[in-house]
Design a protein around this ligand. Structure first.
Ligand SMILES: Nc1ncnc2c1ncn2[C@@H]1O[C@H](COP(=O)(O)OP(=O)(O)OP(=O)(O)O)[C@@H](O)[C@H]1O
Ligand SMILES: [Mg+2]
Length: 267
């Protein structure tokens, strides 16, 4: 059996300007590219030849109903689910078979469905988890609190006792402490009040403006399409439609307006 290829060397991770400003990649450069990706759980194939491209500094919304394959696609992108065929490219390099750890080390970061914060640790302790990247805790905390002042007030509170919105802020803050080039957020708005969702999407827009490429996975299409510049609609493991927010909105309306599924998409 041939060994897994080495992880790519991605110069951009540490050169992404945190305060905005210069973007190290030309805007047309793809950060992540999935080509004709098939993936399965055991014998059951759930992705049937999916194409997806995310360019440097671009926000892409991945939309689709329950079970469409959104999380599975994210797992493929982060090395957690192997492809059965097709290619995954990171910054133009083939990365099929590269471990999740190596992909994280070169700049892919995920906020998983359900947020992934440690409920029995305080806010500060959760942030400390990101020091594995070599960044000092003080710097991580000051970044996090500047971005989300509410977290500063909650510094010594157990994460599990915070509101869902605050936990999502913590999850984002921890992810950003790794200085990702590509941030993948699964179900940003799940279970949250509309006002909090708006605040979180505004934060995503700011993160994108700082030069980070972002994939937001959402069921509520309209919210995601307000910040994304490109949308992809997944249906039963295939790309059903993709385009600019306007084009996708139109496609969603045409296919689903007035239907039960349409309500699921927030139409
Ligand atoms: N660990 C697993 N083992 C077996 N089948 C799985 C597993 N995870 C997901 N599936 C199946 O794969 C398909 C796609 O699921 P996936 O979680 O990727 O969808 P999703 O679009 O993220 O859905 P949701 O909106 O509910 O999060 C579904 O049919 C699901 O039942
Ligand atoms: Mg999912």
């Amino acid at each position: 059996m041939s060994a897994a290829p080495p992880p790519p060397v991605l110069p951009y991770r540490h050169s992404v300007s945190w305060q905005g400003g210069s973007q190290p990649w030309h805007a047309t450069e793809s950060v992540l590219e999935l080509r004709r990706v098939h993936a399965s759980y055991g014998k059951i194939e759930v992705l049937h030849g999916v194409d997806l491209t995310i360019r440097a500094g671009q926000c892409v919304a991945l939309l689709g109903a329950n079970g469409a394959g959104k999380t599975s696609l994210l797992k493929v992108a982060t090395g957690l689910l192997a492809t059965t065929s097709g290619c995954v490219h990171l910054a133009g390099r083939h990365v099929n078979g590269v471990t999740p750890d190596d992909l994280a080390r070169v700049g892919i970061c995920t906020v998983p469905e359900g947020r992934g914060v440690f409920p029995n640790l305080t806010v500060a302790e959760n942030l400390k988890m990101a020091t594995y990247t070599g960044m000092a805790l003080e710097a991580i905390e000051s970044d996090a609190y500047a971005r989300f002042p509410k977290l500063a007030q909650r510094r010594d509170q157990l994460a599990g006792t915070m509101s869902g919105g605050e936990q999502q802020m913590l999850a984002l803050a921890r992810a950003l402490a790794t200085r990702p080039a590509l941030l993948l957020v699964d179900e940003l708005s799940m279970g949250l009040a509309p006002l909090i969702v708006d605040q979180l999407f505004a934060e995503v827009a700011r993160i994108v403006s700082e030069g980070v490429a972002v994939l937001v996975i959402e069921q509520f299409a309209r919210k995601a399409l307000q910040v994304a510049e490109w949308g992809v609609l997944l249906n039963q493991g295939v790309v059903q439609a993709e385009g600019s927010p306007d084009q996708l909105d139109e496609a969603l309306n045409r296919a689903y307006l007035g239907t039960k599924r349409g309500r699921q998409f927030g139409l």
